[in-house]
Structure formats: structure tokens, C-alpha cells
Write a protein that binds this ligand. Structure first.
Ligand code: ADP
Ligand code: MG
Length: 488
């Protein structure tokens, strides 16, 4: 990994440390039913209403693999440019939790469904590729609820058996910003694919965060600590920041980092030890005897490949090449699939550059202000497209367009209609404009004199007056040209 300006470095005394991060992201598979049962997965349902005998681990129940979840995992693997393993194996990962009735989690260990891949990050300093170690499928556990009753813990098994994709990165991340961009990129790819909704508030995307530090120049990785189950980007960043500094302090004081599993306390903003790191053998992994190895045919994989939509990286490339957008503009427009759809709809019939400015400027400001998603935009793509075109054709000025835009934001009215009703059309008739300019000149004889004596700055004043008298409707370019002629 090359040294990069944006890497997070920590200085203590005379030493400089580099922070190394690897993420295990748990992404809930977008699927109506669970990984091994037909129970629904709807978020926010009444506790224990989405639990079949399989999910509750009644004796003698047999898991049956949900083919749709397999497809979702393979599609995600394709999106991560990863190797799809034609044979993968479901194992039992044994441990005890009150909300894990089976006493084990069905997961994939040595033979995951997806192998190595990569994700490209668009950093301010340029592109960076982060390696993916693997993606495996596993069951989610139930949920223990501790805050309903002071004495008792309640268990909700709705989540028990829901399919998760665990996406394990290589230890390639080097800063809080890279973590932010990495999570957003993963989420963007999965939303394009429709394989995970990426909704962090609902827990559809959470991560175990692995952190280590090493002295600058060292090529060996330091011992890592793993912070379990962090459910927002902000908390991930806070946890990493705290943890990296904790580790540096230990090393600077002559201590040694113990590999351990830690928890992030979001209230105290600190990590604390949960348990010393368990090894794989502590879980006594073994192939689940109820499930055959999962074997995928070439045909199955190729069918999915054929139907993969254009993904953010490819879309970005096309937007840059075809529409001559800057890398920055393209990034903004492709990061969310719905935004890219809106953009393509707007530019169907009008100028790309101008449309890009209006979308990333006025429209985004409006959405931001009202806290809306692009799918909830008060202005439809078709009407924004018409507005942009009216500016492009010179029917209205940019300034008038802003007030038309504001009116459109109220009821998504056709801008053409607004212009007609309010009589906002730009005045481009030279005869009319000439009358206007004569008026300005006649009303300001002193200023005209000064101008002719060399005070050229006054030109702007004349333009301003002409625009003002016209109520902002005069075509500014023509006003400029005519004024120049008249004042010569
Ligand atoms: P485990 O199940 O023990 O957590 P995994 O292979 O599932 O192991 O995940 C290990 C994670 O830790 C990966 O994301 C990897 O990138 C990361 N990692 C490994 N070594 C380091 C290190 N020295 N510093 C930071 N992260 C690391
Ligand atoms: Mg792990």
C-alpha cells in the first residue's frame, strides 16, 4: 500500500503511527423471506410474529435454502468484481446466546460463496482500490431487549434466520474518510443491484471494525482489535478514532496490544473490552449436516451476470465520456441510482451542462432544505428539463428561472405555463430593448457624460438600470450589445 497524503497518522512524542482498518460489513439481504425458512422479514413488525418453527429451532426442523438469497449474494459478488465460488459450504458456528435458539449460527467459514474482489473509492486525492477478502452468507440472530423491564430480558426472534451477507475487506483502509467513502460505496453498489437496502437506522447495514496501528515505515501489520456491531458511519469513525489513540498510548508506554473483541459505548465515546479474541476453533465450526454443499452451475451464474445493471463505476465512466462531466460532477450524480435516473431523464431533451448545474445546485439545495429524497422531489424531471431548456433557448434569463423554479417547487407546474401566466418571457426584441435603453440614457445624462469621459465602470450601472426597468425580463446579452453601440 503506497503512502498517501490522506492517511490518518497519529503523532506521539517523536513517533508517528499509521492507522490500519479492515471492515466486516453485515448487509441484510433484501429478500421477502429468510435464508432457510419462508418467514417474512418485514422491519418493525410486532415482536415474534415472523417466526417459523425453523427460526425458533424446534427439534426436527430442517433448513431449506432460499434460492433468492443465493442469487442476491452472487449478484453482490459480481458487483464487487469478485470471484464467484461454484461450490460453497454452510457450517455451524456454535455459541450460546439467549436470542440464538439453535445454539449455533449457520454461516460459511472456509468455503464462502464469494471470494476475492475489490471496491474503488473516489477520494479527493484520486481513486483507491480496496480489496475484498470474501463475502459469505449467514443467518442473523434474534434480538435481546433489555430496556423494557428492569428484571427481565425479552427476546424477539423476528430477525432470527434473516439472511446476512458478511462482506470482509482486506486491511486496506487508512483513514476515517476512507471508511466513510467505503461504506457509502458498498451501499451504493448494493442499492444499484437491489440486494440490500443499506438502511443503517433499521440495522440493514452494520459493521465489525478492525483497527491496528503501526509505526510509520513498518511493513508488518500491528495486532488488531475488533469492535463489534457498530451501526452508523459516525460511530464507526468515533470508535476507530478512540481505539487507534488508545493503542498508540499503550505502545508508547512500552505496552503490547492484546488481540481482543471490544464494544463501542456510544454514550461515553470509548471502546471497552468485551472478551479476548476467540479463535475459530472456539466456535467448533463444522459443516451443517442438514445442508448439502451449495453448487452453482455456470448457467446460473451467467444468467445473473447478464442481468446486472450498469453499476456506479461504469455509469460514472459513461457520464464523463458521453456527457463531458467532470469526475466530481459524475460522482455526485451516480452515487445514488435514483439521482442518476433523474439526471438522465432531465437531460433527454436539453443541455447537459446547464442541467447538471441546476440539479446539483438549486434542486439539491431544495431537497436538502426540505429533507427529501430525490424520489420525493417536488419538481419532476420532465418539468426541470423544460425549465433548463427555456433558459438554454433564451426564453427566460437565469435570474427569472430562479423565481420560476421557486414557484415550481410549490406545485410542480409546467414552467412554460408559469411564464405565460406571469408574463415572464425574456424580452429579446431589439426594438423594445432599444426603447428601454434610450430611457436609461435619457434619465441619466450625468452618468452618460462621466462614462464618455472615461469612467468605464459605469457600464454595469447602465445594464443594471435596463434590467431593472424591464423587471428582469430583458435579455442581458442583447442589452449589453445595444448599450455598447449606443454609448460609443
Ligand atoms: P475474524 O472472523 O477473526 O474477525 P475475519 O477474517 O472475518 O476474521 O476478519 C478479519 C478482518 O480484520 C478483516 O476485515 C481484515 O481486513 C481485518 N484485519 C486483519 N488484520 C488486521 C490488522 N492488523 N489491522 C486492521 N485490520 C485487520
Ligand atoms: Mg469476523
Amino acid at each position: 500500500m503506497s503512502k498517501n497524503k490522506s492517511n490518518y497518522l497519529i503523532k506521539r512524542n517523536n513517533n508517528e503511527y499509521e492507522v490500519v482498518i479492515g471492515l466486516e460489513v453485515h448487509a441484510q439481504v433484501l429478500s421477502k423471506s429468510k435464508l432457510f425458512s419462508e418467514s417474512p422479514t418485514k422491519f418493525g413488525s410486532e415482536p415474534n410474529t415472523q417466526v417459523s418453527l425453523v427460526d425458533a429451532a424446534f427439534p426436527g426442523m430442517l433448513p431449506v435454502i432460499n434460492e433468492f438469497c443465493i442469487k442476491q449474494a452472487v449478484k453482490t459478488g459480481i458487483g464487487l468484481k469478485a470471484k464467484i465460488n461454484k461450490k460453497s459450504i454452510f457450517d455451524r458456528k456454535n455459541y450460546f446466546y439467549a436470542d440464538l435458539p439453535q445454539g449455533y449460527q449457520i454461516s460459511q467459514y472456509k468455503s464462502p460463496i464469494v471470494g476475492e474482489g475489490s471496491v474503488v473509492l473516489d477520494l479527493p486525492s484520486g481513486e483507491k482500490t480496496v480489496g475484498i477478502e470474501r463475502l459469505h452468507l449467514e443467518q442473523d440472530a434474534g434480538k435481546s431487549i433489555h430496556d423494557i423491564d428492569p428484571q427481565n430480558t425479552f427476546v424477539d426472534l423476528n430477525r432470527s434466520g434473516v439472511a446476512l451477507m458478511e462482506i470482509v475487506s482486506k486491511p486496506d483502509l487508512r483513514s476515517l474518510e476512507e471508511v466513510n467513502i467505503y461504506i457509502k460505496k458498498l451501499r451504493s453498489i448494493m442499492r444499484y443491484l437491489g440486494t440490500c437496502d443499506g438502511n443503517m437506522q433499521e440495522g440493514s447495514l452494520r459493521a465489525d471494525v478492525n483497527v491496528s496501528v503501526r509505526k510509520m515505515g513498518s511493513t508488518n501489520l500491528g495486532t488488531r482489535c475488533e469492535i463489534k456491531n457498530v451501526n452508523s458511519i459516525k460511530f464507526m469513525q468515533m470508535a476507530i478514532d478512540y481505539e487507534a489513540n488508545r493503542q498508540v498510548d499503550i505502545v508508547e508506554n512500552g505496552g503490547k496490544i492484546d488481540q481482543e473483541t471490544r464494544l463501542f459505548d456510544t454514550k461515553k465515546n470509548e471502546t471497552r473490552s468485551m472478551r479476548s479474541k476467540e479463535d475459530a476453533h472456539d466456535y467448533r465450526y463444522f459443516p451443517d449436516p442438514d445442508l448439502l454443499p451449495l453448487v452453482l452451475t455456470d448457467e446460473f451464474i451467467n444468467d445473473l451476470k447478464k442481468n446486472i445493471p450498469e453499476l456506479p463505476d461504469e455509469k460514472k465512466k459513461r457520464f464523463i465520456e458521453k456527457f463531458k462531466l467532470s469526475s466530481y460532477e459524475a460522482n455526485i450524480l451516480v452515487s445514488d441510482i435514483e439521482t442518476s435516473k433523474y439526471f438522465e431523464e432531465v437531460i433527454k431533451n436539453t443541455d447537459v451542462k446547464l442541467a447538471t448545474n441546476w440539479i446539483t445546485g438549486e434542486l439539491f439545495a431544495l431537497l436538502n432544505e426540505r429533507n427529501l429524497d430525490i424520489t420525493e422531489s417536488p419538481i419532476s424531471a420532465i418539468n426541470l428539463s423544460k425549465l433548463v431548456d427555456l433558459i438554454k433557448k433564451g426564453t427566460i434569463s437565469g435570474k427569472i428561472a430562479k423565481s420560476v423554479f421557486e414557484m415550481m417547487a410549490e406545485d410542480d407546474k409546467d414552467p412554460q405555463k408559469i411564464i405565460e401566466e406571469k408574463n415572464l418571457k425574456q424580452e429579446s426584441d431589439p426594438k423594445e430593448l432599444e426603447k428601454l435603453i434610450d430611457k436609461v440614457i435619457n434619465e441619466n445624462p450625468d452618468k452618460v457624460k462621466e462614462f464618455k469621459l472615461g469612467k468605464e465602470k459605469l457600464f454595469g450601472f447602465f445594464v443594471g438600470q435596463a434590467m431593472k426597468i424591464s423587471g428582469g425580463k430583458a435579455n442581458p446579452q442583447l442589452v449589453n450589445e445595444l448599450l455598447k453601440k449606443k454609448l460609443k
